[in-house]
Ligand binder design. Structure first.
Ligand code: SF4
Ligand code: FES
Length: 257
């Protein structure tokens, strides 16, 4: 098995490395093998190695995904095609042989620091812009907040986000508009909007009521396709837009006790 890896250079190039497959080997483990046996200057980012920290997102065979969660052998064996709306990072495809090679590139739409390490400053700046903390109404209860299980499930869909940036890298709107807040920030904003503990005056949604927020999305759906945690930003965006247009009933907040 071979890894074909984008290197930042100079000069910018693709380097190919032979990798000895081991059972259950992830792409991240394959990158470690390259560092240990072929080129210890190869730079990539990781921490948990268990799909929890969100730091190892990269473009693997032209799909943004977590390197620690992507099985190398399954890619070589031929995976079901992942259908994404096209965006420039896919169009400049470096040829590779999917039966023999795995193509590994940095996450698109963010500046490359070195090799597979990208500068996430914009991603986290947009995330901070939506004020990702709760502003509860009234004083907190003596013990815990209690809410219905069905509502916990609805909230969990959004709280599962690990801020990996795969959706940001997959979004054709982010490709064309560097100011777009992006799927993860908007999904998180919606998550706080529907949280029953939040002081519910609806002003949360107004934070992204602009051309670079809810209204910039073109519903390509790449965000939902690539999210390793099943977060559905386009659903949040659609509901927020409906609510802001006065077409929806508005999100009913779950009860808390
Ligand atoms: S929404 Fe999904 S893809 Fe986007 S940052 Fe969160 S976990 Fe990653
Ligand atoms: S190393 Fe933490 S998500 Fe991959």
């Amino acid at each position: 098995m071979r890894l074909k890896v984008r290197r930042s250079g100079p000069p910018e190039r693709y380097d190919s490395f032979e990798v000895r497959p081991t059972p259950g080997m992830s792409v991240l483990a394959a990158l470690f093998q390259v560092r240990e046996s072929a080129d210890d200057s190869l730079a990539f980012r990781y921490s948990c190695r268990g799909a929890v920290c969100g730091t190892c997102a990269m473009l693997i065979n032209k799909v943004p995904r977590l390197a620690c969660r992507t099985q190398a052998a399954l890619l070589i064996a031929g995976e079901k095609p992942v259908r994404l709306s096209p965006y420039p990072a896919l169009e400049s495809a470096e040829p590779w042989d999917p039966g023999e090679e795995i193509l590994v590139e940095p996450l698109p739409h963010l500046p490359v620091i070195r090799d597979l390490v990208v500068d996430m400053t914009n991603f986290f700046r947009y995330y901070r812009e939506i004020d990702p903390v709760l502003h509860p109404a009234g004083s907190p209860p003596d013990n815990e907040y209690l809410m219905s299980q069905s509502f916990v499930k609805e909230l969990e869909v959004y709280t599962n986000c690990i801020l990996c940036g795969a959706c940001f890298g997959a979004c054709p709107v982010n490709a064309g508009d560097p100011d777009y807040l992006g799927p993860a920030a908007l999904a998180k904003l919606y998550r706080f909007h529907i949280d029953p503990r939040e002081a519910g005056d609806g002003s949360r949604l107004l934070k992204a009521n602009s051309p670079r927020g809810w209204w910039d999305c073109r519903f390509h759906g790449n965000c939902m396709t690539v999210c390793p945690k099943g977060v559905p930003p386009i659903i949040a965006i659609g509901k927020a837009r409906k609510e802001l247009s006065g077409m929806g009933r508005g999100q009913e907040k779950g009860e808390i006790r």
